[in-house]
Structures are given as structure tokens and as C-alpha cells.
Write a protein that binds this ligand. Structure first.
Ligand SMILES: NC(=O)c1ccc[n+]([C@@H]2O[C@H](COP(=O)([O-])OP(=O)(O)OC[C@H]3O[C@@H](n4cnc5c(N)ncnc54)[C@H](OP(=O)(O)O)[C@@H]3O)[C@@H](O)[C@H]2O)c1
Length: 271
């Protein structure tokens, strides 16, 4: 089905959803001894990426923006990653059954092409995982679900030594990459030393700020679901303070699927 309209660059090209991000070969972009880092969000037009659930008090991606077509692209981006960067919050939600999904690449039949693609590209079946945390409040039962890949916990010099030792004893790698909190440049350097060439950041606004404020994020993928959510308790894609960062639009698609009209944008962060 050709229900995707390419708006930029202006080719007037109609195409199908499958493959529009996979064709980017993000795992091959980094120069030798470099790392290509990219982030991805889905947002409403009024900028909400998560709303607070009145019952649980947890911030969640609302069903009114999440959809399977965007999830396909999320999976395509994951397929191109050597490592995925996430937050401790994700694992806390996973432990109580509130996380969106176990980290991709998905094992459902509709994603078989992506697991096969990874094998053809010589990539591990699943990207490794880096968890950013100062508190090191990481439930063991959630971490245990990622037994099939390397899991690295990245923290700062403020971390509790006892918790660091416990995590190491359970087989995890623990990195110190910052003084008060994890710092973007130190994180990037340590990931390069591990030999990673592509890193996909899927955490929320604080980790995003950590990467952008230190100019280590390369591309931002942003899906804008064409709806308005309102609500006063919400997250947007970025928090904290920093000087303005200019973006260059690399590509823009309109998903004309009637059930989930949305825009898929890819930006380069200017340095
Ligand atoms: N719609 C979307 O596309 C999308 C995408 C991502 C997330 N979300 C939603 O956004 C909400 C917030 O996500 P999130 O909690 O993952 O976001 P976050 O604000 O990026 O991460 C929060 C946690 O990450 C750790 N952290 C962040 N920066 C750090 C640093 N520089 N150094 C050390 N630790 C750091 C801290 O963990 P500790 O407390 O353990 O120290 C902090 O509590 C969630 O509801 C999530 O579902 C939506």
C-alpha cells in the first residue's frame, strides 16, 4: 500500500511505510572510531509525549498517540542500532508491567524481516542496552528479562558504591561517566571504546537533554500524531535549560492512513 507521501525532499513520491527508515543504514554512518547517535519520539501536535495516568500517577505514552504504524518505524530504527540507550525509569515501569514493550527488535512475525536484516548486516540479534541512572534503583526482575544481550549501566560519581557492587555482582557492566550526573560527552566516548557505531536513544526528556546540551546527538526522528491532547501533567521531548539548537529538516513524510494521520520527520542537529 502506497499510503505514505514524501513531502521533503520534494519528490511527490508515494511509497509504503515499510522500509522508509530501514533504508537509511544508520549503522554505517559513523566515521571510523566514531559513534552515530539518534533519538526518536512520538508526540501530539501540542507537544505531549506522555501524560500522567490519574490512577497510578505514572507518566505513560497515551493510547491516543501510540500506534502500530509509528511502532513499525520505531522497530526499524532499533534494527539499525548496535546499542539502545534508555533510562532507569523504563526498567522500573517494566518491573510493574507498565512499560510499552520489552526492548526491540520485536519477535512478532511482522518484524521477522528486521531480525533477518540484522543477521544479513552482521549485527547481533538484539542491540545491547545502556541504562542511564543516578539512583541505580533498577529492579532485578526487569533486568533479568534482558539475558540475551549485554546490559551496561551508566551512572555518575555520585552513585552509591554498594549498589554499584551489587549490579556488578549480578553480571552487569557499570560505567561512571560524569561527576554529578551522566554527561553526554563522557557517555559517547565510553560507547566508542566499547566499539559501538550506532546508538539509538529511546529515553525521555532528561536523557535527551543530557545528549543535546553536550552536542553528541546527531539525528532526531519525530513523529507528530495529528491530534491535540491538552492535560497539565505531561512530558515533552526536552527539559532543562540550554542554548537554542538549530535543526535541519532531512526528510518529512505524511502518513495518509486514515486511522492514524501523522508526520514522520527526521532532523539533523546543527553543531
Ligand atoms: N512518546 C515518546 O516517544 C516517548 C519516548 C520516551 C519516553 N517517553 C515517556 O516520557 C516519560 C519520561 O521518560 P523517562 O523517565 O525515560 O525520561 P527521562 O526524563 O529521560 O529519564 C528519567 C530518569 O533517567 C535517569 N537520568 C536521566 N538523565 C540522567 C543523567 N544525566 N544522569 C543520570 N541519570 C539520568 C534518572 O534515573 P534515576 O532516577 O534512576 O537516577 C531519571 O529519573 C515516560 O512516561 C515515558 O514513557 C515517551
Amino acid at each position: 500500500m502506497t499510503d505514505i507521501l514524501q513531502l521533503h525532499p520534494r519528490t511527490q513520491l508515494q511509497c509504503s511505510l515499510k522500509g522508509i527508515y530501514l533504508k537509511l543504514n544508520l549503522h554505517q554512518i559513523a566515521a571510523p572510531s566514531e559513534l552515530f547517535m539518534y533519538a526518536n519520539y512520538i508526540s501530539s501536535v501540542d507537544g505531549r509525549i506522555a501524560l500522567r495516568d490519574a490512577e497510578s500517577g505514572e507518566y505513560m505514552v497515551p493510547d491516543s498517540i501510540a500506534n502500530k504504524r509509528d511502532w513499525r518505524l520505531y522497530q526499524e530504527l532499533a534494527a539499525q542500532a548496535d546499542v539502545m540507550i534508555t533510562s532507569a525509569r523504563y526498567f522500573r515501569q517494566l518491573a510493574i508491567g507498565k512499560a510499552q514493550d520489552l526492548l526491540p527488535v520485536g519477535t512478532a512475525p511482522e518484524y521477522t524481516d528486521l531480525t533477518e536484516w540484522r543477521a544479513q548486516q552482521g549485527l547481533n540479534p538484539q542491540p545491547d542496552v545502556v541504562i542511564i541512572s543516578n539512583s541505580l534503583e533498577l529492579p532485578a526482575r526487569a533486568l533479568a528479562q534482558l539475558h540475551d544481550r549485554r546490559v551496561i549501566v551508566c551512572t555518575s560519581e555520585q552513585a552509591d558504591d554498594k549498589k554499584v557492587n551489587q549490579l556488578k555482582a549480578s553480571g552487569l557492566t557499570v560505567l561512571i561517566a560524569g561527576h554529578q550526573q551522566v554527561e553526554g560527552k563522557q557517555l559517547k566516548q565510553q560507547l566508542i571504546e566499547f566499539g559501538y557505531r550506532s546508538a539509538y536513544m529511546i529515553a525521555g526528556p532528561a536523557v535527551h537533554h543530557t545528549l543535546i546540551s553536550e552536542q553528541v546527538l546527531d539525528h532526531l526522528f519525530l513523529t507528530t500524531r495529528l491530534n491535540l491532547l491538552a492535560g497539565d501533567a505531561f512530558h515533552t521531548i526536552l527539559n532543562g535549560n540550554m542554548s537554542a539548537t538549530e535543526l535541519e529538516l532531512l526528510s518529512l513524510y505524511l502518513d495518509t492512513d486514515i486511522s492514524s494521520q501523522q508526520l514522520f520527520a527526521q532532523y539533523r542537529l546543527k553543531r
